[in-house]
Ligand binder design. Structure first.
Ligand code: AHR
Length: 504
């Protein structure tokens, strides 16, 4: 067995975790909305047509904020189509996903759904095929109390009170040539600056997210971040990061090493933000909104086939990745990476939430089920709120094909002071050997192990389904504490949650 040592001292606080790091995303894409969160006539649907079985699982995940309505979809979104009496709404061709958008579920419905889910809305404006004027109209519709054209329109539509949406994305992935209304960095810098300026004049209480690169491998990364922030720095609060990983090469050890790239991505964006801050002699600090992250690759062929050969369907089966056990480990690793950077990453959205590259899946006639990736997210959201503690980790290395030597164990510790609880999240990404980990909790006097939860499987490719849950967390009773030293075993290829609390 290999040996890892960890020292945790509560004096070394990195930052409080912003709960919005456990956000998620619903896009008008595939069966996320139609047949996902919304399915009138389904036995579990409430009078609004919202599936209660789905809502229950969303609530289980405690998602504080949900990004909406896209994604690529937003770059040709006409919000006016999605409001008002449903029988007067007209369908529209969604060019991003070559689907038919019936508009029977729209902005007002989403606000209502989010309220039932216990989440805030993170709204995106269309800076692809539209611009500043329409973004302002939408903001006026959502947040202005009354007495103007669009606020009164909202009231006419039955919402007397404003929606008070605080968080807004200035477009989506505007650097990507696949994006409708794709822009170069100068164009996006200017339109985002002017739109942000106007939106903040209308409602100074809102927070704005500027589009960063679509992923770290974009040819214009990180110049895009530097050039666009150079324009809009004074008006925006966050810059977005998006990243999806896949195991196309069927090289699991290297797949699990990809969280090191995510770490590098965050470091670089932080550096660029601070470079622009220094250049502008600004006192303001830009934070990071990692508002799309996940594993995404299993469903790419189907996506190509449906969008190319079977377009203009309502709710087609797009991006329905069926996740396996190793995907859950990567999601766990990505969560640990986000938490480790809680001082700068204030918002993150697991993309997405239901049916579309999602932890929650629905069956058209039947029930709902939890994908493998549901569990690390569930644990992090439940126990990862508090202060991140900088730990000293001494762990062996193993070789990978694309990342060279990487650490066996990746972990983070979160201290919930008021509850007197400490949680350590750890992935053993060594696929061959178990790991004995001793943890020195020198400053946590009187703490005991409350529980150790683990996600393990002999089969890295094991998947869950409506009928069988092959990957589910179990309790590991073998964890021991001797004085202030905890002794645990992290099985090869495992996600672990070790919870400590003050004894009686
Ligand atoms: O989440 C799926 C898609 O991934 C989003 O629409 C887009 O923003 C990204 O490329």
């Amino acid at each position: 067995m290999r040996e890892t040592k960890m020292t945790i001292d509560k004096a070394y606080k990195v930052s409080q975790v912003d709960p919005r790091i456990f956000g998620s995303f619903i896009e008008h894409l595939g069966r996320a909305v139609y047949g996902g969160i919304y399915q009138p006539g389904h036995p579990c649907a409430d009078r609004d047509g919202f599936r209660q079985d789905v809502l229950e699982l969303v609530r289980e995940l405690h998602v504080p904020v949900v990004r909406y309505p896209g994604g690529n979809y937003v770059s040709n979104f006409f919000w006016e189509d999605s409001v008002g009496p449903v029988h007067e709404r007209r369908p529209r061709l969604d060019l991003a996903w070559r689907s038919l958008e019936p508009n029977t579920f729209g902005l007002g419905e989403f606000v209502k759904w989010a309220e039932k889910a216990g989440s805030d809305v993170m709204m995106a404006v269309n800076l692809g095929t539209r611009g500043t004027k329409d973004a302002c109209n939408l903001l006026e519709y959502c947040n202005h109390p009354s007495g103007t054209r669009y606020s009164d329109l909202r009231r006419k539509h039955g919402a007397e009170e404003p929606y008070h949406i605080k968080l807004w994305c200035l477009g989506n992935e505007m650097d990507g040539e696949w994006q409708l209304g794709h822009k170069n960095m100068q164009e996006y810098g200017r339109i985002s600056e002017e739109t942000a300026k106007a939106m903040k004049l209308m409602d100074p209480s809102i927070e704005l997210v500027s589009c960063g690169s679509s992923f770290m491998g974009m040819p214009t990364f990180p110049q895009w971040e530097a050039a666009t922030l150079d324009c809009n720095y004074d008006y925006v609060d966050y810059i977005s990061l998006h990243q999806y990983y896949g195991n196309e090469a069927q090289d699991s050890a290297d797949f699990l090493a990809l969280s090191d790239d995510m770490e590098e991505f965050i470091h670089t964006v932080v550096s660029v933000c601070d470079f622009v801050k220094a250049k502008k002699r600004s006192k303001k600090r830009i934070h990071l909104s990692f508002d799309e992250w996940n594993v995404w690759y299993h469903s790419k062929d189907e996506e190509m086939d449906i969008t190319k050969n079977h377009p203009w369907q309502v709710g087609p089966r797009l991006l329905e990745d069926h996740y396996n056990f190793e995907d859950a480990l990567v999601v766990g690793l990505m969560l640990i990476t986000l938490l480790k950077h809680a001082d700068r990453v204030k918002i993150a959205c697991l993309a997405q939430l239901v049916n579309v590259i999602a932890p929650i899946m629905t069956d058209a006639e039947g029930g709902v089920w939890r994908q493998t990736i549901f569990y690390p997210f569930l644990h992090a959201s439940a126990y990862g709120r508090g202060a991140v503690i900088e730990t000293i980790l001494d762990t062996p290395l193993h070789e990978t094909s694309g990342h060279g030597a990487v650490t066996d164990v990746v972990s983070v510790a979160v201290y919930q002071e008021e509850k007197e609880e400490l949680t350590v999240f750890a992935v053993n990404r060594n696929l061959e050997e178990d790991q004995h980990m001793s943890m020195d909790l020198r400053s946590f006097e009187g703490y005991e192990i409350l529980e150790k939860i683990e996600l393990v499987s002999e089969d890295l490719k094991a998947e869950n389904s409506l009928y069988e849950e092959k990957v589910a967390p179990v309790r590991d009773a073998a964890a021991r504490m001797d004085g202030q030293i905890a002794e645990v075993v992290l099985k090869k290829a495992s996600w672990n949650v070790i919870r400590f609390g003050k004894g009686k």
